[in-house]
Write a protein that binds this ligand. Structure first.
Ligand code: ADP
Ligand code: MG
Length: 362
């Protein structure tokens, strides 16, 4: 196992990149700690697979270095990096049995048959495929094939990192949930560094201790699921995480205060160094309260969705849409209401980036 460091990494698929737009990875500096459970989260096309393939050695970056425990591995081929990678679609040998498929990565490295047997048996039990060990892989369902593919990634005990690239894409929804919790449990048991790539926030937040959020070839935030929820460093993270995502409202900054629809909004703390002019206020729907005759921003209710556990109110204030999550009684569509924002959760964003600071003592 190892700490993995990416230093000044840039990658372009074009032979003569001229501008930032030609780079699939713009500039990545990132350290993955030994034994961590990481998710790499971002929309399709943001560069997640490119980043994984650079770590595994399938791709050589245009610029920058990859270090495993401070050793430069940038020029090493995949076989010498001692990593396991599980892809979106199953990579298994159809003509072999499930047992032989799981044994392959160990036998390939000349491990003794008694070790092979012990590891294959243990992994098969964890993945609940023991009854399939003698079945030929060709006869498995797509779900089970992918389980075996994941098993092949997990069977070795000596890898630096196990990387999963959207491994549950082909898995049935009900089994998805099960495999996801299984992986989390496996991580706790084997303590290997794991990087789990997904575009699905639920998958990322349930698996990982640390989530790395990417957008357009860049890392926008690294944090625990709670940190990403509570203080998004960028409006993109606010939108991408949460259901519905964070409300982002246009505002005017004047003398350090933020004004929306002519009213000053109380921010979490001072916005240091933000010049007068346009900016944005971010507030999660969980921290917007709706009342008929209270204080706050005047709005009208456009619709109310009952999602079971709570209701999601969609209101319009000064032309902007604002979501609020409510536990109990909700207003009706068409009602005139007041929206109040919880001060400690009201943040200022400038050019997308968090610009307010938390008040002292919070
Ligand atoms: P993700 O895995 O997050 O969906 P990728 O790393 O696959 O994203 O892709 C990042 C960007 O690089 C995308 O714009 C994609 O079109 C481009 N890209 C990926 N693979 C190649 C390739 N082999 N040749 C050229 N462009 C590629
Ligand atoms: Mg991908």
């Amino acid at each position: 196992m190892a700490q993995i460091k990416l230093s000044n990494l840039r990658h372009s698929y074009s032979p003569n990149p001229s501008s930032d737009a030609d780079y699939a990875l713009k500039k990545i500096d990132l350290t993955w700690d030994d034994g961590g459970a990481y998710a790499l989260l971002g929309p399709s096309g943001c560069g997640k697979s490119t980043l994984l393939n650079i770590i595994s050695g399938l791709l050589v970056p245009s610029e920058g270095k990859i270090l495993f425990n401070d050793q430069d591995v940038t020029a090493l081929p995949p076989a010498q990096r001692n990593i396991a990678q599980v892809f979106q679609f199953p990579v298994i040998y159809d003509t072999m049995t499930v047992y032989d498929n799981l044994a392959f990565p160990l036998r390939n490295r000349g491990r003794d048959e008694d070790i092979v047997k012990r590891r294959v048996t243990a992994i098969a039990e964890m993945l609940e495929v023991t009854d399939m060990l003698t079945t030929r892989a060709a006869n498995l369902s797509p779900d089970n094939k992918q389980k075996i593919s994941m098993g092949r990634g997990l069977v070795r005990e000596d890898v630096n990192v196990v990387m999963f690239d959207e491994p549950l894409t082909v898995i049935d929804p009900h089994l998805k949930w099960k495999l996801r919790s299984k992986l989390k449990e496996l991580h706790q048991r084997v303590k290997a560094t794991m990087i789990y790539v997904t575009h699905d926030q639920t998958e990322a937040l349930t698996f990982a201790d640390q989530v790395v959020v990417m957008q357009d070839g860049e890392v926008v935030q690294i944090g625990t699921p709670v940190e990403l929820f509570e203080r998004p460093a960028h409006t993109f993270v606010g939108h991408f995480i949460g259901s519905p995502g964070m409300n982002v409202l246009p505002c005017e900054v004047q003398g350090g205060g933020a004004f929306f629809a002519g009213e000053q909004l109380a921010l979490e703390g001072p916005a240091k160094g933000v010049a007068d002019g346009s900016a944005e206020v971010g507030i999660r729907p969980e921290f917007v309260s709706v009342s008929q005759n209270g204080n706050g921003v005047a709005a009208h209710v456009r619709k109310v969705a009952d999602v079971g556990r709570h209701k999601v109110v969609e209101a319009i204030a000064n032309g902007s849409r604002i979501h609020a999550i409510m536990g109990g009684e909700a207003p009706n569509a068409g009602d005139a209401v007041k929206l109040e924002f919880k001060q400690s959760q009201t943040r200022l964003y400038k050019d997308g980036w968090l610009a307010s600071t938390q008040a002292e003592g919070v």
